[in-house]
Design a protein around this ligand. Sequence first.
Ligand SMILES: Nc1ncnc2c1ncn2[C@@H]1O[C@H](COP(=O)(O)OP(=O)(O)OP(=O)(O)O)[C@@H](O)[C@H]1O
Ligand SMILES: [Mg+2]
Length: 295
Amino acid sequence: MAGEPDEEWDNHLDALQRAATQHQWMDEPRYKRLFRDIEDRISGVLGTGEYEWADRRVFDSVFDQSTLLALHKLIQGGEIETLDFPIARGKEAHVFHATTANGPAAVKIFHTTNAVFKSLSKYIDGDPRFSGLKRRHRELVNIWVRKELRNLRRCRKHGIPVPMPRANLRNVLVMDLVGNENSPAPRLKDVSVDDVEDVFEKLITYIAVLWQNATLVHSDFSEFNVLWHEGTPWIIDVGQAVVEQHPSSKEFLVRDVTRTVEWANRNGMTVDTAESVLRVIEDPAPNLEPLPGLD
Ligand SMILES: Nc1ncnc2c1ncn2[C@@H]1O[C@H](COP(=O)(O)OP(=O)(O)OP(=O)(O)O)[C@@H](O)[C@H]1O
Ligand SMILES: [Mg+2]
């Protein structure tokens, strides 16, 4: 506990320093122009005038050079009209409400530098032996985003209600907004549903369909990653989903079922975990109608 304020101060200084060095590139005419091109389109998430400290920090962690370039391309390409406001700010990614020609969208921007990587990078920056590391890290993030996109497609192919992916460039993923126009749907965690049993049945069916038909395990299935929209559950956040061949797939499957059972039991049901796991593995899963949007 001792030394915590110091650490906080260090982080603060670190962030300031990063901000100062990170945005020098913005002074270059080419980038100035580029930024001016899209400034209006992303002003909803930048704040106007002087940025609040919080916004500044958001800005630094989310909108680095490579991300702005990606956004620029997506905006010029007509994939995004405007980035409007943040929906969620996580450790791995920020999710923004966006407007597109095809209606509202959710834009998930993965951080290209996570906290661990940031704390390591001060030992690495400036050491020529590791000059490729930042790039490799970024590559890894990009692969992760493509994995989420492919998993979304695979889910939809098997009839699991997940948002339709629309576009992806580097660490930016554009998908359908689950919700109405200006209001993203709440998480299952934040609503109380009338028919818990019906929702539980749906969720268990989805886990079973994923396992048996799509040979996928969501691996972070919980009321945090289920949205409640138009009276029915929607699954999100499938980046970490693994295929059956993954050495831990069964362990993850059991965990997904366990969390779902726990949610049901907290909401008045009495369901047995082992029985539910058996159901998922052994009861033949239905073939659900594919959802549109596949190439
Ligand atoms: N397509 C979408 N439509 C509406 N809201 C969304 C959508 N995608 C994400 N959200 C909102 O953003 C939040 C964060 O999204 P998500 O769960 O995908 O990322 P995350 O949990 O930050 O990811 P990670 O597990 O990498 O940290 C969700 O809880 C949800 O509220
Ligand atoms: Mg999540």
